[in-house]
Design a binder for this molecule. Structure first.
Ligand code: NAI
Ligand code: MG
Length: 331
């Protein structure tokens, strides 16, 4: 039996995490949840969106499934998501983007993985203002860049991927992205069997829209990786489908790429597939590979029936109908 920290989160978070919990019961997954609340709803009670009991639970269990958490703008709180990644040194954010057969989307041949550096870049949150001038400090280190490079190339090797594309803007950000690129190139030399290429972020964005099938493993500093993973999700049908894993040396937090989606919260129409796919990554991480495969197959079968799907996928259904359809394929 594994104990996994479960953070329901804000907005659509509680709706989609409860779908995961119910589906894991049907799967008979040997997991007991350590449920802890974080985010907007606990600010009033604890004076912070990230109380210590959340940190303690993750430190103890070393693995968590997390719903999205709203970051209020202008209220002085730092993003819970960024803080957790930094706190547990979850240096790699792994974001697979793969077309699902049967969905009516712009492309049906996308199969790439964004490997996003997860601890530095502009997300350090070092900003200041002098009179009417606002500045942000972008931090790139050799050690974090090499670490994410090894993660990307090892991932490529272990998963029989053929190519790694490094994304940068070193023509303008000569020192920061220059250092990032230098670190990736050094590591690339150690993997001669894997093709390596570099793309400037603006061109990369266009190439992804025009020819997404040309990309395999994409490694990027934090901000470019954040933006490109939403872009890539759009290629396969939207944020309702895109999973993510934040991985460190001994701790991992699984969550969807998307946020708390306040525009559709409490309407019963959120798509739970992104978080379910993140929970498939969690099952694989715990070496419960058979259960992972079973859930993956059930989702593949479910998306072929447009009527049961949520509106973001063009369906007439809702979170209940999609959940019931998935469960029907588990039995
Ligand atoms: P968002 O990802 O929450 O929503 C963007 C658009 O995608 C919205 O139209 C939303 O309805 C749709 N969408 C997202 N997930 C969906 C799903 N599962 N099913 C159907 N439609 C879905 O991004 P937004 O609105 O920019 O951010 C909202 C809040 O979430 C902000 O406070 C932001 O800071 C936070 N956020 C949290 C993240 C996390 O917890 N890791 C990641 C990204 C944003
Ligand atoms: Mg994002």
């Amino acid at each position: 039996m594994y104990t996994v920290t479960l953070i329901p989160g804000d907005g659509i978070g509680p709706e989609i995490t409860s779908v995961v919990v119910e589906i894991f019961e049907h799967l008979k997954a040997p997991i007991s949840w350590d449920l802890v609340e974080a985010g907007e709803k606990v600010i009033e009670k604890y004076g912070t969106p990230l109380p210590d009991y959340v940190i303690d639970s993750i430190r103890k269990n070393k693995v968590a499934l997390k719903g999205p958490i709203t970051t209020p703008i202008g209220k002085g709180f730092r993003s819970v998501n960024v803080t957790l990644r930094e706190r547990f040194n979850l240096y790699a954010n792994l974001r697979p983007v793969k077309s699902l057969e049967g969905l009516n989307t712009k492309y049906n041949n996308v199969d790439l993985v964004v490997v996003r550096e997860n601890t530095e870049c502009l997300y350090k949150g070092i900003e200041y203002k002098i009179d009417d001038t606002a500045c942000a400090v972008r931090v790139i280190t050799k050690s974090a860049s090499e670490k994410i490079a090894y993660f990307a190339f090892n991932y490529a090797k272990e998963n029989k991927r053929k190519k790694v594309t490094a994304v940068h803007k070193a023509n303008i950000l000569k020192i920061t992205d220059g250092l990032f690129l230098e670190a990736i190139r050094k590591v690339a030399n150690e993997y001669p069997e894997i093709e390596y290429e570099e793309k400037i972020i603006d061109n990369m964005s266009m190439q992804l829209v025009l020819n997404p099938e040309k990309f395999d493993v994409v490694v990027a500093p934090n901000l470019y990786g954040d933006i490109l993973s939403d872009l890539a999700a759009g290629l396969i049908g939207g944020l309702g489908l895109a999973p993510a894993a934040n991985i460190g040396e001994d701790t991992a937090i699984f969550e969807a790429v998307h946020g708390s989606a306040p525009d559709i919260a409490n309407k019963g129409i959120a798509n739970p597939i992104a978080l379910l796919s993140s929970s498939i990554m969690l099952l694989d991480y715990l070496k419960l590979n058979e259960l992972a495969k079973k859930l993956e197959n059930a989702i593949s079968s479910t998306v072929k029936d447009i009527d049961s799907l949520t509106p973001d996928l063009g369906g007439k259904g809702n979170i209940e109908s999609i959940k019931n359809k998935i469960i029907s394929f588990l039995n």
